[in-house]
Design a protein around this ligand. Sequence first.
Ligand SMILES: NC(=O)c1ccc[n+]([C@@H]2O[C@H](COP(=O)([O-])OP(=O)(O)OC[C@H]3O[C@@H](n4cnc5c(N)ncnc54)[C@H](O)[C@@H]3O)[C@@H](O)[C@H]2O)c1
Length: 332
Amino acid sequence: MKVFITGGCGFVGEHTAAALLEAGHQVFLYDSLFNSCPETLEALRRITGERLPFEQGDIRNGERLLQTLKAFGPDVVFHFAAFKSISESFQKPLDYYDVNVSGTLTLLKAMRACGLKRLVFSSTVGVYPENAPSPCPETVAAAAPHPYGETKVMIERLLSRLGDSDPDLSSVILRFCNPAGAHPSGLLGEKARQPQGNLFPRIWQAARGELPQVEIFGGDYPTPDGTAVRDYLHIMDLAEGCVKAAEYSLGHQGTEIFNLGSGAGASVLSVLRACERAAGRCIPFRIARRRPGDRPEFIAATGKAESILGWKARRGLDEICQDAWRYESHRN
Ligand SMILES: NC(=O)c1ccc[n+]([C@@H]2O[C@H](COP(=O)([O-])OP(=O)(O)OC[C@H]3O[C@@H](n4cnc5c(N)ncnc54)[C@H](O)[C@@H]3O)[C@@H](O)[C@H]2O)c1
């Protein structure tokens, strides 16, 4: 399979590229490097022994996308390029709709002009409403409580409408839970330039002494230790799920949605303790007030991905933390 990846140098893109190459597929990376860096290409070469074709470009640049897609001629397009911070999306909604929604429209037009019919799209479990059940199945209606999630809902709906208009199209929508961890080589990992609100980057910053402490938002939730419970997924499990989705799309027509999560919950405090075990040091933390809109627990129902894609997360929290720390403890 020939796979074209937008956002190919980002956290999800680089690990998915590694998993695709390991499964014997060909990969082309397209990225503006807005939130990533070219060192990813060298890391991928060291892991896979291959120098990957890469084009630095914006997904809103239709002409460049068109020429690059035409030249590579992929079987499947993975669309990962996006802005992804919930808090930032409240401050910069225009940028989020522009990159996420307009960027996707430009990509879809370029795909149509090249006759490309298969897309794997990275959505998020952030599209589920605040009162969604946990575990949450794909059948729960999307109603994102923030602009970032709304951009994903808009694209999901657009893909569904497109599928109705052209029976040959295949769109596989993957709603990711919280990916964490790193490639076991220690060469790839999360190195975002954008401001980070996510838990793991803050924990590692505190572990390296770059943050005085980790703020844990809410210690009085109705959960076993009072901190919020989330579904964390090893980034290599997620990457392998993306490979399965692409293989599935080859024989699929229409629009299909899958949650990709571990199907298990971990509290924020248990994550911090697992990080301490992996790093072999205490990580200071402070319980702060709950953040508005945060729910006590969210776990994804993953039965659909298991039964249709034949995919299930295999790695646990300790492996996530050990692999992430191997990367974090050596990065500059
Ligand atoms: N990481 C998560 O926690 C998470 C969770 C759920 C869903 N997702 C989704 O998965 C996808 C990938 O996320 P990620 O964690 O790899 O993010 P990331 O920021 O690490 O990677 C995104 C990549 O897209 C690139 N990019 C951004 N704007 C671009 C543009 N206009 N043109 C071309 N490239 C552009 C960035 O440079 C970056 O390399 C995103 O669509 C995100 O919404 C991520």
